[in-house]
Ligand binder design. Structure first.
Ligand code: SF4
Length: 967
């Protein structure tokens, strides 16, 4: 390691240890720049650039450029950020380890040592995305869901165990432990890291800030602890693991100055929903946000983490809080060693980065003020997290949306009587045909006695494997029965889910206290509501048990269902079949209430159209109310055991109740106890057999793990960048197409190309599992690309789902009268592949918004799409497209597929592409119709010089592989 700028200094790392560090104050003393005025997050990145300055990967001018960061006009330069570690979750992590395994196989085929493929920085993978809520409302729900999870995911888990032994720097945290970001916050993050180093001839312990990227967009949660980290695509994470810097454009930094404090009755969730709406309106996409001022300093770390977590929802790369005494206290309170805590505090003090900045101390690109006292109790939805609604206005808003036309974002219902309800029997029989009656919706006549319903009916025709005898016997005891009445706005899912909130003891304890008061008054939850509690770590269960609150949650059906992502990622599990049938039959706009962070259509559950994000205590309150068309500030949410109306204010816990309960239950020992010996505490994991060796033995019989074709015909020399000629449109989409629209994570429909393929492999629909769980298999994932049931291809107006029109030649006459032949997107892509016809996608604004999802780019590439032309792109998806060798192009302001009158029958050429292209330059989209050609200028959304290299190499993976092989 070099000391190019002579900034290497020593500091007291605590307990008599002397540590080395690359000093930012020393950089300032040398007159390079006024570093102390830089946003703290920029300084942390600068430290990495300074420390890794070797003249090759990181150059002297990279350090100087970032040190001279100009708040009002940041340089248009890419920053090579070498991160300290990587975190993965299993949905995105499995394909990444599959790619590493495929690279090892490719290297072996080339006759080289496969071990040159090895993560160069520590990698932690937390298996959290695979648990689904099949069982709920029972003390055995956790155990049974875990059992189902292991049955469904055995092949993937076997593969991960191979990875665990094949790669030295790879730690795996097995299922049933927690959610990746909460585990990161409570355990993995150290705040400052160290390594034995020989720097400038000095052998010592070198300290540096804990920084990371993760293959999950909510990696940003960790910024609440002062650790810079964000979500990247699997493709970039792979590059990071293989020693490449993560490149990003010098960001603007928005300073959000907080004053005041939250009012009584307002939660951290309300605050984050407020911030999400505020910052979305400020258009912070691609920017850093730093929270500062006395208000920020007064927030405890879990509140900061909740705010950091939702950065993807407000669009920022990160939402950062500086390290201060609160951060150090949090590390101590969560059982980190005294060595770690002291080094953390002393390091940041030595760097003059300790403490939350006050107004005027830092130069920000944009300044925004927020008085915390202005935050109101809120929910957000029904489709987007930034659509915040003040709690009292939800009922009115829902009614408006119900009747609003679909093209204005409503549900297009006519003359709705919200008192109209449909009877649904929950004992397995179908609802009476056409049965319907009016009732006062304030009264719930449903019963929730907590007994006997045969689970086989519940899971019939669902994507679940065969249940063992033991589970069958058990499940016949656990499901609720009775009768419910559902209509528009009925709450059918109430989920305390998502690390956004489960990492925050104040809102979890508030939910428990509210449940306690409700139970004590004799309130019940309607049997039609699917209730669940899925914390992000076992610590939550421990404090809910110690405080006695879990008992009350249980009595309302919020039994523990798993330690994982569940409803937050859409793993909500099936609703009662009769409920699903009634929704379908009466075309109901039913609702879910969840403490998650995303609510795009079909994400939470395919049958639930209105999804509202809210704090855990509000989830319990709405479960009790049973409907969302209610003003909880005025309307009663139920009647107590004496028939007396009960209001939210009667149940809501005070701040001092919450704090008092919290203090009595959280100790460092609890964290230490739960964060050790993961495998030992997990016998199911230990039972899984694992193969050994450096090379993975691909099994052609597996439908979960398959050797992807990314390295087929791999040559040491990359090709040249060439123009794209005579391409066809595979899809034309509107605004806000999410990565979930492009590559869904949820259920696989039997009639979809992926479903048909799995059936052809002898797999029963009930064993399909989800797309997310099959991301290790390119054959399924390519078929699943653009297969979301809600995606609307404007080439085939009036349809939903992955259909398109094929305009190429075909045996059946193909494009009859030039109108095109309707078929699935996958089938069309394969037919175009027969004639080597390149493909393009056209789209509106915010293309690729939502979770980072490398398969959204990989599937696009494997379908044969050469370019995506959109009005604008979300950050990670755009870089993933480049990372897979797919060209992102942007329409110029005022131009769109609609303004150009495109219907998909045209031919498209992209001219002006060559090896000498420059980031952001204009090229020409040539549109040919009826023999007429029309040139349209478009902007190349290859944003940095290194991305031109990636694109020329056909993506990051071949680029990195060629680099490693050339050594
Ligand atoms: S709980 Fe939700 S936000 Fe957290 S990691 Fe899981 S899916 Fe992502």
């Amino acid at each position: 390691m070099d000391d190019e700028f002579k900034t290497l200094k020593t500091f007291d790392a605590g307990k008599g240890r002397e540590g080395l560090f690359f000093s930012l104050p020393a950089l300032e003393e040398q007159g390079i720049a006024k570093v102390s005025r830089l946003p703290v997050s920029i300084r942390i990145v600068l430290e990495s650039v300074l420390r890794n300055c070797d003249g090759e990967k990181v150059r002297r001018k990279d350090v100087e450029a970032l040190a001279k960061w100009n708040a009002k006009s940041p340089a248009n330069a890419e920053i090579p950020f070498v991160v300290a570690r990587i975190v993965l979750q299993d949905f995105t992590g499995v394909p990444l380890i599959v790619d590493l395994a495929a690279m090892r196989s490719a290297v072996q085929r080339l006759g080289r040592d496969p071990k040159i493929i090895e993560p160069l920085v520590p990698v932690d993978l937390v298996v959290d995305h695979s648990v689904q809520v099949d069982f709920f409302g029972s003390p055995r729900a956790l155990e049974l869901n875990l059992d189902m999870e292991f049955r469904r995911n055995r092949e993937r888990y076997q593969f991960l165990k191979w990875g665990q032994q094949a790669f030295k720097t790879f730690q795996l945290i097995p299922p049933g432990i927690g959610i990746v970001h909460q585990v990161n916050l409570e355990y993995l993050a150290k705040g400052v890291l160290s390594q034995k180093s020989d720097v400038g001839g000095q052998k010592s312990e070198l300290f540096f800030p804990d920084t990371l990227v993760g293959t999950d967009s909510h990696t940003t949660m960790i910024n609440g602890l002062g650790v810079v980290g964000w979500g990247v695509g699997g493709i970039e994470a792979e590059a990071g693991m293989l020693g490449q810097p993560v490149y990003f454009l010098t960001p603007e930094v928005v300073g959000l100055h907080m004053t005041g404090q939250l009012r009584e009755g307002v939660t951290a969730t309300d605050l984050v929903l407020h911030i999400t709406q505020l910052l979305r309106a400020q258009k912070v996409v691609g920017k850093f946000v730093e929270f500062y001022g006395e208000g920020a300093a007064s927030l405890p770390v879990p509140d900061r983490a909740t705010i950091g977590n939702m950065s993807p929802e407000y669009g920022a790369t990160i939402g950062f809080f500086s390290v201060d005494q609160e951060s150090v206290n949090y590390l101590r309170a969560t059982g980190r060693s005294e060595d770690i805590c002291l080094a953390f505090e002393n390091y940041f003090r030595a760097q003059k980065m300790f403490g939350v900045p006050r107004k005027g101390e830092i130069d920000y690109s944009v300044d925004i003020d927020l008085d915390l006292a202005d935050v109101q109790p809120s929910v957000a939805g029904p489709k987007r997290p930034q659509d915040r609604i003040n709690l009292p206005e939800l009922g009115k808003k829902f009614r408006e949306l119900l009747e609003k036309p679909v093209h204005d974002g409503g549900y297009g219902k006519k003359q709705v009587d919200l008192r109209e309800k449909h009877v649904v029997e929950l004992n397995g029989s179908a609802p009476r045909n056409g049965a319907m009656f009016s009732t006062d919706t304030k009264e719930h006549q449903g019963i929730r006695p907590g007994e006997a319903m045969n689970v086989l009916e519940m899971v019939a025709n669902r994507p679940t494997p065969d249940l063992g005898k033991e589970i069958e016997a058990e499940s016949s005891q656990m499901f609720l029965h009775g009768r419910t009445h559902i209509g528009h706005g009925s709450v059918l899912i109430a989920a305390i889910t998502s690390c956004t909130n489960t990492s925050n003891p104040s809102v979890m304890i508030a939910a428990g206290l509210l449940a306690k008061k409700a139970v004590e008054r004799g309130l019940r939850v309607d049997p039609g509501v699917k209730t669940s509690l899925a914390p992000g770590s076992r610590v939550v269960s421990d404090y809910l048990a110690k405080t006695g609150l879990q008992t009350y949650l249980d009595q309302l059906g919020f039994n523990l269902v798993g330690y994982g992502c569940t409803t937050c990622i859409g793993n909500s599990g099936p609703l009662h079949p009769n409920i699903e049938k009634a929704i379908h039959e009466y075309d109901l706009v039913a609702a879910s209430v969840l403490s998650g962070n995303r609510n795009f259509e079909a994400r939470v559950h395919q049958h639930i159209k209105a999804n509202f994000l809210m704090s855990p205590p509000l989830v319990v309150a709405f479960a009790l109310a049973g409907r969302v068309h209610i003003d909880l500030s005025h309307d009663p949410l139920g009647k107590d055991k004496d028939g007396k109306e009960t209001f939210l204010r009667d149940l809501w816990p005070t701040l001092s109740e919450i704090q008092h309960t919290m203090q009595s239950a959280l100790t460092p020992e609890t964290f230490r106890k739960f964060y050790r010996d993961f495998a030992e505490q997990n016998p199911k994991w230990n039972e899984i057999p694992s193969s050994t060796g450096d090379i993975y033995q691909w099994d052609e019989k597996s439908d979960y793990i398959h050797d992807p074709p990314f390295f087929e015909n791999f040559a040491m020399e990359p090709g040249h960048i060439a123009e794209i000629r005579n391409a066809r449109a595979l899809g034309i989409f509107g605004d806000t197409v999410t990565t979930d629209h492009i590559s869904p994570a949820g259920a696989i429909k039997e009639s979809s190309p992926a479903g048909k393929y799995l059936v052809s492999r002898g797999i029963q629909p009930r064993d399909f599992n989800s797309y997310g769980s099959r991301r290790g298999n390119d054959l399924v994932m390519t078929r699943g690309t653009f297969a979301n049931v809600r995606i609307k291809n404007l080439m085939v107006p009036g349809t939903e789902g992955g259909v398109t029109k094929y305009f190429g030649p075909s045996r059946t006459g193909g494009s009859k009268n030039g109108e095109g032949e309707q078929m699935s997107i996958f089938d069309a892509a394969m037919k175009y592949a027969e004639t080597k016809t390149p493909l393009v996608i056209l789209a509106g604004h915010e293309y690729g918004t939502g979770s980072s999802r490398d398969w959204a780019a990989k599937g696009t590439r494997l379908l044969g799409v050469k370019a995506v032309i959109a009005a604008s792109f979300e950050r990670i998806h755009r870089s993933n497209l480049v990372g897979m060798g797919v060209l992102p192009l942007q329409f110029l302001e005022g131009t769109s597929a609609q303004s150009l009158g495109l219907d998909g029958s045209e031919k498209f050429s992209i001219t002006g592409l060559s090896d000498s292209i420059k980031p952001g330059q204009q090229v020409t989209l040539e549109i040919e119709k009826d023999g007429q050609k029309r040139p349209v200028p478009v902007k190349l959304r290859i944003d940095t010089p290194i991305e031109i290299d990636y694109y020329r190499h056909g993506g990051i993976l071949p680029f990195v592989l060629r680099q490693l092989l050339s050594k």
